[in-house]
Design a binder for this molecule. Structure first.
Ligand SMILES: [Zn+2]
Length: 268
């Protein structure tokens, strides 16, 4: 186990990364590390995660009470969510919560990232479910994620953001990177009008690789059926039709304006 000092520095570093990559805005997001069965390190609430200093990282117990740290700061407002994860998943030692724009867009659109699309994603985060909306900072959030915690290390929070679980902080953070990268690629493919889904055979070969790597953590098996391809196949052509219609309407309007002006000029 790394020293508390080193772990606090790591939280500060990951805070800078989630902020600089645009995964959080203003004072959003939170990070925790399980120190032992009695203590947890947490980011403070009301502070930008891009500008944290050593004295801001707090130590709390499993009831969320402040143990040590600058009393000027308060533990993360989503402590209940983190505590629920540690309670349900003894194998998890760190949790990252952020609002990355692409995966949060899927969480807002109500579209789970559950299709077998990218090899890395199938192995590392699997099919990512969406937990029902809960009022941030209340027990509604832990209640909403409870059905998903045991089966997945990455969960989207409806109309809110995402959480990733890891064996250590880097492990949890990398899952957030993989999640956002996957959401970005899936979004781009949807704009192009199609989402090719890897068939069951390829999915199973990837899951066999996961077993060979002996990866820890949990993943839901992704959906390899192409029948439920996200219904955006004609998105690009639809957008083009809308665009063409707008252009046509604009040309018509301008033509009418010119004709009106010419008529007016003639009669002067
Ligand atoms: Zn949040």
């Amino acid at each position: 186990m790394q020293s508390e000092w080193v772990l606090k520095n790591l939280i500060i570093e990951i805070g800078k990364r989630i902020w600089s990559r645009g995964y959080v805005a203003a004072n959003d997001g939170n990070i925790t590390i399980k120190l032992n069965e009695k203590e947890i390190l947490t980011t403070p609430t009301g502070v930008s995660k891009g500008f944290m200093t050593h004295d801001m990282i707090l130590k709390v117990d499993y009831a969320g009470n402040l143990l040590t740290g600058n009393s000027k700061y308060k533990p993360s407002s989503e402590m209940k969510m983190h505590l629920e994860i540690y309670k349900e998943r003894p194998d998890v030692s760190s949790v990252v919560h952020a609002h990355p724009p692409y995966c949060t867009s899927f969480a807002v659109a109500g579209i789970p990232l559950d299709k077998c699309v990218l090899p890395e994603a199938i192995i590392v985060i699997g099919a990512v479910p969406i937990a029902k909306y809960g009022l941030p900072s209340t027990m509604e959030v832990p209640d909403s994620i409870r059905p998903h915690i045991k089966s997945s290390d990455a969960i989207l929070l409806e109309n809110h953001g995402a959480i990733t679980l890891g064996t250590d902080l880097l492990n949890a953070y990398y899952k957030m990177e993989t999640l956002e990268h996957t959401a970005n690629i899936v979004w781009n493919a949807m704009q192009l009008g199609n989402l090719n889904v890897l068939p069951e055979y390829e999915r199973d070969r990837l899951l066999a690789l996961r077993n060979n790597y002996n990866l820890q953590g949990r993943v839901n098996v992704c959906d390899s059926s192409s029948s439920r391809n996200i219904d955006k196949k004609n998105m690009l052509s639809n957008r083009k039709l809308v665009h063409d219609k707008i252009t046509e309407d604009s040309i018509e309007k301008i033509t009418q304006e010119i004709l009106k002006k010419l008529k007016a000029d003639k009669s002067e």
